[in-house]
Every structure is written in structure tokens, then in C-alpha cells.
Design a protein around this ligand. Structure first.
Ligand code: SF4
Ligand code: SF4
Length: 235
């Protein structure tokens, strides 16, 4: 009798023979575990299992034209449960990369354009950014035990450089305080760059590899200029 292990050995397969795409979608067994674990399942009918099956059936064009790839948050939960180890989030990202750039949904398309042009998707000028950081720092310094707190902007030779999520200097400034307090108590030597501080890589999210490289390179440049060796990139 044939043992299950004799039926299929994924390591021995010629993957190229099975894949029109590079994400093993043809191995999908339609178990639906991805769909049941996905926080976005059901939004506008979105279903990762169906998306993978459509890719497998050669319906790439329909997937590329649909809203589904933009509903997925690329969180990767589905990949953790997929018994066939299909790279679902990466497949979604590749689908996004194949959308014509002027047809990328407006908010992310505009966010990327702004980030490429100005270094951050809010188009926040450097002086305003510094003002916000210092203002939050002054609020922390009013708390007992933090009287000597200040925000070390562009500190050369610091141990850690942190990026900032745009919402933290927009609508969620309170959230900056949590980790800054930890830095202070831990006596960490840290810094924030005054330019190119955007941690959210909009090139990554829009499937634009070139833009992703530009945004990543800017962070590396900041580290080189400030001679910082460790990056804290929380996004
Ligand atoms: S990566 Fe996308 S499809 Fe997978 S669980 Fe997250 S939102 Fe759902
Ligand atoms: S979890 Fe994996 S094998 Fe199961 S339906 Fe989803 S993609 Fe297919």
C-alpha cells in the first residue's frame, strides 16, 4: 500500500513545473484555514482561499483588477496556519505590484507619492516635525521622575535610531510617550532623525519595489550620517 509520504514529497518537486507564479499556490488543498484565520475575511467578499485558487486557475487578471489585494493587510496570519506553507501575503503583494500605478487605490498611491517627494506621507515639514517631537518631550518632562527628559533629535553616535509611524506625529502623539519613557528609564542612548523619519514603507504596501528600496535606503543613509549602528524600525 502506498504510504502518504510516498505520494508527494514537496522538497523533491520541480516547483517551476507547478507554478505560473512563485508562491506554491498550486499546492492549495482548499482547506480554508487561511480564510478562517484572516481578520479581513468577508470584507467585500474577500477570501484568501478564493484568491489563491484564482491564481492557481490562471485568473490573475481578475485578481489584479479586483479590490481584494487591497483589502488584505498582509499581516501574514494566514501563512502561519496554511498546511501547505503557501506565501499568501507575498502573493498578494506581487498582485499589487502588477496593478498599473495610476490605478493603485488613491490613498496609498498619494501616500507613496508624498513620501517619495517629501520623506513622509504627511508632507510634514522638518520644522513642524521637530516642533511636535519637542512638544511631546516637554509634556513628558513635566511628569515626576522625567524632569531631565528631552528628545534627542539627530544625535550623532547614538546607540539606537528609531523611525516613527506617521500617525504618531499626527493623531496619536500620546503613543510616542510609552517607548520614550522606557528609553529614559533604561538610560538608552537613542535618537530620531529630523528628516526621512517615516517608518511606514509605502513602497512595500503598494508593491512598488523601486519605491521600497528608495525609502529603505533613506533610513540607511540617516544611520550612516548619524553614525548609528542599531535600527529600531517598529513598523
Ligand atoms: S495576510 Fe491578508 S489574507 Fe492573510 S490573514 Fe492577513 S489579511 Fe488575511
Ligand atoms: S490554508 Fe493554504 S492550503 Fe488551506 S485553503 Fe488556504 S492557501 Fe489553501
Amino acid at each position: 500500500m502506498t504510504e502518504p509520504a510516498d505520494i508527494i514529497d514537496l522538497n523533491q518537486l520541480d516547483h517551476a513545473k507547478f507554478q505560473s507564479w512563485g508562491y506554491s499556490q498550486d499546492f492549495c488543498v482548499t482547506c480554508g484555514l487561511c480564510s478562517s484565520s484572516c481578520p479581513a475575511s468577508g470584507i467585500d467578499g474577500f477570501d484568501p482561499r478564493k484568491l489563491i485558487r484564482m491564481l492557481s486557475l490562471g485568473l490573475e487578471d481578475a485578481v489584479i483588477a479586483s479590490r481584494w489585494p487591497w483589502i488584505c493587510t498582509m499581516c501574514g496570519k494566514c501563512e502561519n496556519v496554511c498546511p501547505m506553507e503557501i506565501d499568501i501575503a507575498d502573493a498578494v503583494r506581487q498582485v499589487r505590484s502588477l496593478r498599473e500605478r495610476d490605478k493603485v487605490p488613491g490613498i496609498v498611491h498619494k501616500g507613496l507619492e508624498a513620501a517619495l517627494e517629501t520623506g513622509n506621507n504627511l508632507r510634514l515639514p522638518k520644522d513642524d516635525f521637530i516642533f511636535i517631537l519637542e512638544d511631546v518631550g516637554e509634556e513628558i518632562a513635566e511628569e515626576p521622575g522625567y524632569e531631565d527628559f528631552n528628545v534627542p533629535i539627530d544625535k550623532k553616535g547614538a546607540n539606537i535610531l528609531t523611525t516613527i509611524h506617521n500617525k504618531l506625529v499626527n493623531t496619536h502623539t500620546e503613543d510616542l510617550k510609552h517607548w520614550w519613557r522606557i528609553f529614559h528609564v533604561a538610560k538608552e542612548d537613542w535618537t530620531v532623525p529630523s528628516v526621512n523619519w517615516e517608518g511606514t514603507n509605502w513602497g512595500y504596501f503598494t508593491g512598488d519595489d523601486e519605491a521600497m528600496k528608495i525609502m529603505s535606503s533613506r533610513i540607511v543613509e540617516q544611520m550612516e550620517q548619524l553614525e548609528v549602528k542599531t535600527l529600531l524600525w517598529p513598523e
